[in-house]
Design a protein around this ligand. Structure first.
Ligand SMILES: [Zn+2]
Length: 295
């Protein structure tokens, strides 16, 4: 029995959802078979291939990474001989933080994961004309977020840009995130699919916009209404603080900056209050300044 569930959206496009509720999108083009995101590893991808075995499809697979977060790219290694497409910053970001994420979340892998970078990158847009499939840069959730538009059936895969009830804020430019979400609101798609929330409606995009605006304005937010996501809000606030200090630390350490050591400074930093995290980071900043002055 397969523990992957399939939602058929059109004769050629379907959502495949794993037991942890994370989805990937499959588009059976006439020339290529497109797979948006690769879940947690090779074992998950074998399940996708089993599913594909029951459908007639072009042999050649094209992989798309909606962004470089670990829960969307660990299955890339199953397709190292295929085209793996991502935004240019997706390749950079995965190169920089891939090992850190693999260490931090090692218990989540499905099969043996080797970090495999996108081998084809784009800047604003990339179109497979004959298959009517388009990849569009849409920064916000992360610097490298992109969407996949099935133009033929008007289906848009948004990755983690929209999430119920709130998105993860993993990029300091919330202004760009808001632009992207406004763009999605008017995007000519009949169906939108989120990697963690399945088929979504525009009201959820509006709710995500309201949340991000409130965070941006420093408003106090009652996270009890977020249910299982109540800790995501604190994580978001603390990630923003970490980003802010990361910039300063990079400026001080220059080429000596090490992503893994900086982000491993405070394991489970989402569990700290924002005040405590700021105090810890200020101390760290003072220490590295001291070391620099003694050099
Ligand atoms: Zn995700």
């Amino acid at each position: 029995m397969s523990d992957i569930s399939c939602t058929i959206l059109s004769p050629r496009t379907r959502i495949l959802t794993f037991d942890d509720n994370i989805s990937v999108l499959l588009i059976i083009g006439s020339r290529f078979t497109f797979l948006c995101d690769t879940h947690l590893g090779p074992e998950s991808m074998k399940k996708v291939q089993n599913e594909l075995g029951t459908i007639s499809h072009p042999e050649q697979m094209v992989i798309f990474n909606s962004h470089s977060d670990w829960d969307h790219v660990w299955g890339n290694c199953e397709f190292s001989h295929n085209l793996i497409i991502g935004h240019s910053t997706c390749r950079d970001r995965l190169k920089e933080r891939g090992e850190y994420d693999l260490i931090s979340h090692s218990s989540m892998t499905r099969g043996i994961v080797t970090i495999t970078l996108p081998n084809m990158t784009f800047d604003s847009r990339l179109t497979f004309e004959e298959d009517d499939v388009e990849f569009i840069y849409a920064p916000g959730h992360t610097i490298d977020s992109s969407v996949c538009f099935d133009r033929k059936d008007s289906i848009l895969y948004v990755g983690d840009l929209v999430e119920d009830p709130i998105p993860y804020l993993d990029y300091e430019r919330t202004d760009l995130y808001l632009n992207t979400l406004e763009m999605l609101l008017t995007f000519p798609a009949d169906i939108m699919v989120s990697a963690h929330s399945g088929i979504i409606v525009r009201d959820l995009i509006r709710a995500n916009i309201a949340y991000i605006q409130a965070v941006q304005e420093g408003k106090s937010i009652d996270n009890s209404r977020f249910g299982a996501y109540d800790n995501v809000h604190q994580l978001n606030l603390n990630t923003r603080i970490m980003f802010c200090y990361e910039k300063e630390v990079r400026d001080i350490l220059k080429e000596k900056f090490d992503f893994l050591s900086f982000w491993s400074l405070f394991p489970n930093f989402e569990k700290k209050s924002s005040d405590e995290l700021e105090i810890n980071l200020k101390q760290y900043l003072m220490e590295i300044e001291k070391v620099r002055h003694h050099q």
